[in-house]
Design a protein around this ligand. Structure first.
Ligand code: UDP
Length: 315
């Protein structure tokens, strides 16, 4: 089988490349490297079944070899990144989804769209089930990401309904792990970086907002299972263990034996007040549940950041 992964040199994309190679697939990682990083796939470069293609999936591309699976993971994915690249974020969610769906249609391939819990916006329903339509500000700073992903979901389902494409949609909830970018501005890299260096830990707002953090290998397992199922509605993938951002900061502080102080920074606009996946559907359809707890996941992630920071002179 040959599997095309857009955003294959990104954080989640690179873990998917590893997994599909381990399953014996030929893997093409397509990336334009605006937020992806060559380091993420360096260890795979000598694998005979792996190749990297430098391309922006928002632009058309043809493959002459047969593709069996298309996984569309290309997109800036942290609030800081999609504020820096608002137009590319909209383009990759809209045009990039269209191009990648077109590839899947031509090759009669399975298709999987990486959507997001951001489609629920600042949710008024808690925990979030797939049936909830969301509370999104379309013209806020996050709108470029949220609306692009909502459009991407609609387009994917249109391809399923009209072209009978074997399409799947996951909604990813705050996933973390090795190969997140140190400077992507998300809470996990920020807190770990700050705690390890003893820099002040930046809590946005009063820290009472909640998130539910999923370790990357758990997410990848859910993705792999859904791709081969006859199920086409969106599926939440995340870890329902919910925590406030303040408590989360304290957990990382403790694990790092940190000397950092906590400082308060303004809460970004439209920052969701709470987020927790209802994973009943994933349990039922995929027989899937996350396995790696926060302490274990954070230890592994911290070890990765520590090594990376030492290598680059940041520690
Ligand atoms: N956050 C924080 N300090 C930071 C970075 C983020 O308190 O240095 C908060 C942010 O306001 C949000 C949560 O942590 O409430 C998660 O933010 P992240 O950027 O990781 O992603 P989001 O879940 O908002 O998409």
């Amino acid at each position: 089988m040959r599997t095309l992964i857009t955003g294959g040199a990104g954080f989640i994309g690179s873990h998917l490349c590893e997994r599909f190679l381990a399953e014996g697939h030929d893997v093409i990682a397509l990336d334009n490297f605006i937020t992806g990083n060559r380091d993420n796939v360096e260890h795979l470069m000598s694998h005979p079944k792996f190749r990297v293609l430098v391309h922006d999936i928002s632009e058309p591309i043809e493959f002459h070899e047969l593709i069996d699976n298309v996984l569309h993971f290309a997109s800036p994915a942290s609030p800081v990144d999609y504020l820096e690249f608002p137009i590319q974020t909209m383009k990759v969610g809209a045009l990039g989804t269209h191009v990648s769906l077109g590839i899947a249609k031509k090759h009669k391939a399975r298709y999987l769209l990486a959507s997001t819990s951001e489609v629920y916006g600042d949710p008024l329903v808690h925990p979030q089930t797939e049936a909830y339509w969301g509370n999104v500000n379309p013209i806020g700073m996050r709108g470029v990401y949220d609306e692009a992903k909502r459009y991407a979901e609609a387009l994917t389902l249109a391809y399923y309904r009209q072209h009978k494409l074997d399409a799947h949609i996951i909604r990813i909830f705050n996933t973390y792990g090795e190969r997140m970018q140190l400077n992507d501005g998300r809470v996990v890299p920020n807190f770990i970086y700050q705690a390890l260096r003893g820099d002040p830990m930046t809590i946005y707002g009063d820290g009472s907002q909640t998130r539910s953090f999923c370790y990357v290998t758990d997410l990848v397992e859910g993705i792999y299972r859904l791709l081969f199922k006859d199920f086409h509605e969106p599926v939440n993938l995340g870890n329902p263990a919910e925590v406030t951002i303040k408590e989360f900061a304290e957990e990382i502080h403790k694990l790092a034996h940190s000397k950092s102080v906590y400082i308060s920074k303004p809460l970004p606009l439209d920052d969701p007040k709470m987020r927790k996946p209802d994973i009943a559907r994933a349990i039922e359809v995929l027989g899937w549940e996350p396995k790696v707890g926060r302490e274990e996941g954070l230890r592994r992630t911290m070890a990765y950041f520590q090594e990376k920071m030492q290598k680059t002179g940041k520690l």
